[in-house]
Design a protein around this ligand. Structure first.
Ligand code: ATP
Ligand code: MG
Length: 356
């Protein structure tokens, strides 16, 4: 019997509710006739840890989770702690420390979800957005001079390295190749960003030669937003820089339905370190502690975690259970206009799993 070691980091706000729900669901999946089991270790890092210790996680925190098979992460954010501390002190520290350079966000309209895209006409979508997660516009390079003076200057330098672009392109082409349509859209802005994005385009052409069976095209990021709304079925896998994909993936989540549903994975494709899976929503302090959080984003993240561990059958079983419960409006939480509670949704998924 295989044992997967999973680090659970609930973090802040509703992360503390949805991550335990995710653990319950994974546990039920393993108990139901699988040939693997999970060993969970929880880490109480985040805003509470910061108040007690002056930092979001201990200095040797990465060492503590380095040997894990995967990380299940809730959310980092606290209205009483500045964003740059909560963001850089935990989540990004893990992403950078473990070189999780590919951020992967699948987007689909699940059954029963009143997705805004559907209101634009008869449309559907099935996308995976690959976000470059280690450099680009969020490299943190830049500065300010002459603050407050009319001659003040401020710069944010986007850093793209050929090696960094090659590895994310290769990852995206490989992912596109693994999907039925074998189709990739390389999102660019080389008409205006005339250095880094030109290299980005060049690398796309070079890497595409390694994947002759993948159909690919290039789209400007601005045109891509319109295409996502007007011709969503013309897109399948997309790859974009850190900033561009940040924006496109929020649009994708909004078009497909609620913030409470969507999952993401921060992947180290070389598997040198554990990868991290998390719902895309934040800490949502307005509803925390009330049992109202939608756990579906976490459950879907667990599907991605299972796929990453090489358990596609278990992943498919869980995804099917998730789709059965989203199809039932009685099991919709408040973000979907329903009355269900976190515990109701969790129990319903577990009972579907037990009946399969
Ligand atoms: P952060 O600052 O960490 O991003 P946030 O409070 O801005 O956290 P978001 O995740 O950005 O929270 O969500 C915005 C709002 O959407 C929340 O205030 C909440 O009302 C709602 N929401 C988000 N996630 C969920 C969820 N899983 N279930 C129900 N409602 C949610
Ligand atoms: Mg937010």
């Amino acid at each position: 019997m295989k044992t997967y070691k999973i680090a659970c980091i609930p973090g802040d706000g509703i992360g503390k509710e949805v991550i335990p729900a995710g653990q319950e669901v994974l546990q039920a999946l393993a108990a139901g006739g699988s040939d693997f089991r999970f060993e969970f270790t929880s880490f109480g890092w985040g805003g509470d840890w910061y108040r007690a210790h002056g930092k979001m996680m201990p200095d040797d925190g990465l060492e503590a989770i380095r040997g894990m098979d995967a990380i299940l992460f809730g959310s980092a954010g606290d209205p009483h702690i500045p964003d740059h501390i909560t963001l850089w002190g935990l989540r990004l520290k893990i992403c950078q420390g473990f070189d999780q350079y590919a951020n992967v966000r699948p987007t689909r309209i699940l059954p029963g979800i009143d997705a805004p895209l559907k209101r634009c006409g008869p449309r559907d979508l099935d996308w995976v957005i690959v976000r470059e997660n280690s450099e680009g516009e969020y490299a943190g390079v830049g500065g300010r001079a002459h603050q407050g003076h009319p001659i003040e200057v401020a710069t944010d330098v986007s850093i793209l390295t050929r090696a960094g672009v090659e590895r994310i392109m290769r990852f995206a082409f490989r992912l596109a190749q693994s999907r039925p349509r074998k189709q990739l859209t390389v999102v660019t802005k080389s008409n205006a960003q005339r250095h880094g994005m030109v290299m980005w385009d060049e690398v796309a052409v070079a890497v595409s030669k390694e994947f002759p069976d993948v159909r690919w095209d290039k789209e400007l990021v601005d045109a891509c937003t319109a295409r996502m709304v007007n011709r969503p079925a013309s897109l399948d896998t997309l790859v974009a820089t850190n900033l561009h994909a940040d924006i496109l993936s929020d649009l994708a989540a909004a078009l497909a339905g609620s913030l409470g549903i969507a999952p993401t994975g921060n992947i180290d494709p070389e598997r040198r370190y554990p990868s991290m899976f998390e719902p895309i929503h934040g800490s949502a302090f307005d509803i925390m502690g009330k049992g109202l959080a939608n756990p579906v984003g976490t459950f879907w993240s667990c599907v991605m975690l299972l796929e990453h561990l090489g358990e596609p059958q278990a992943a498919a079983r869980l995804m099917a259970a998730i789709e059965e419960i989203t199809a039932d409006p009685k099991l919709h939480t408040g973000d979907l206009g329903g009355q269900a509670r976190t515990a109701d949704v969790t129990a319903a998924v577990i009972s579907r799993l037990n009946n399969r």
